[in-house]
Design a protein around this ligand. Structure first.
Ligand SMILES: [Zn+2]
Ligand SMILES: [Zn+2]
Length: 331
């Protein structure tokens, strides 16, 4: 039991460390680091692509003969442990700081200050960072986020922007060797003829400010109500997923992703989101057609139609008022 706990934590350390030191893996991990706030919700901010890479790092455990069910159980606890350390409310934890990964250690990990970059990769035990030379004690509180801020609340862009940067850099690299190196070198790497390694810049506290689009409060309320509805729908889908076929699940996933894109864009007062939001609300009763075989269709369709109609009316009122007060909206 003790051996698999240590084994999972050890390989998690290497998976996480490589996720910071190899560009393609960083592209699949960066989403967790984009937040300029630091709270429990950051623990849940995870990339779409990370699980496509992480399994590879745990394969040695299979060669050692550990039971897959034990691995999944211990691995889940390892992930669960990392939830509570995303907080600013706990300072130092005394002697525990020597052994465990704590809020203080993990705050360092989320810092964008050069001295904090690529430090404290631990899952549960901080001993791996101390052994392998990546430990850094928290001095002053970090500036949270990534060195080139995302400046967007679009979840799709959050998942793809670094891939776009990498492919863009690879297209300028000369020869296949350099094109491949773009994906396996550390973040900041460039061939010498494209400027060489880009050193991270110190964060100037006097100039530093978190990204904020300063949206009107009436839009906040509209988006909160819509978000709660989509959250309830997503939760229901997750609990009932075995009752749906693949086409239904894909349609729900698209609806949820489009909803979240719209919510982010409306916070930023993006013009394209106004039309997209109207289309989303119109599509809500149409989506219920997909559930013809699963539920009482008349009740479901009527409910969706009612919600969509009220939401459309509410959206038109809120957004036309917002336009009057803030005519300059973003493209
Ligand atoms: Zn990380
Ligand atoms: Zn974290």
């Amino acid at each position: 039991m003790g051996r698999i706990v240590l084994g999972v934590d050890f390989f998690y350390y290497w998976f996480h460390r490589m996720s910071h030191e190899v560009n393609a893996l960083w592209a699949a991990h960066i989403v967790h680091h984009q937040s300029e706030d630091y709270n429990l919700s950051v623990a849940l901010r995870q990339s779409w692509f990370q699980s496509a890479f992480s399994w590879f790092f745990y394969l040695p455990l299979a060669l050692f003969g550990f039971d897959p069910i034990m691995f999944l159980t211990i691995s889940s606890f390892n992930t669960l442990y990392q939830f509570w350390i995303h907080t600013r409310t706990i300072g130092s934890m005394g002697p525990l700081e020597w052994i465990l990964n704590t809020p203080s250690h993990h705050r360092v990990h989320h810092g964008s200050d050069p001295k904090y970059l690529d430090k404290n990769h631990a899952g549960t035990l901080i001993i791996w960072d101390r052994i392998f030379g990546t430990f850094k004690k928290e001095m002053e509180e970090p500036h949270y986020g990534i060195t080139s801020p995302l400046k967007s609340w679009n979840p799709v862009w959050a998942n793809f922007h670094y891939w776009r940067d990498l492919f863009n850099l690879a297209s300028h690299a000369v020869g296949w060797k350099d094109k491949v190196l773009v994906f396996i070198k550390p973040p900041g790497w460039r061939p010498e003829y494209l400027g060489g390694f880009q050193q991270p810049l110190e964060v100037d506290s006097s100039l530093y400010h978190k990204y904020d689009a300063k949206t009107q409060k009436s839009i906040h309320l509209y988006l909160l109500i819509q978000f709660v509805m989509v959250l309830a729908m997503s939760t229901a889908i997750l609990f009932l997923q075995n009752k749906f076929n693949m086409i239904q699940l894909i349609a729900f996933a698209v609806f949820v992703i489009v909803s979240l894109m719209n919510f982010g864009g409306l916070f930023e007062m993006k013009e394209w989101c106004v039309k997209a939001e109207i289309m989303r609300l119109i599509s809500l009763p149409l989506c219920s057609l997909l559930l013809l075989q699963n539920a009482n269709f008349t009740i479901l369709f009527s409910t969706c139609l009612f919600i969509a109609a009220i939401s459309l009316l509410y959206f038109q009122i809120v957004f036309s008022n917002a336009r009057k007060q803030q005519p300059q909206i973003n493209s």
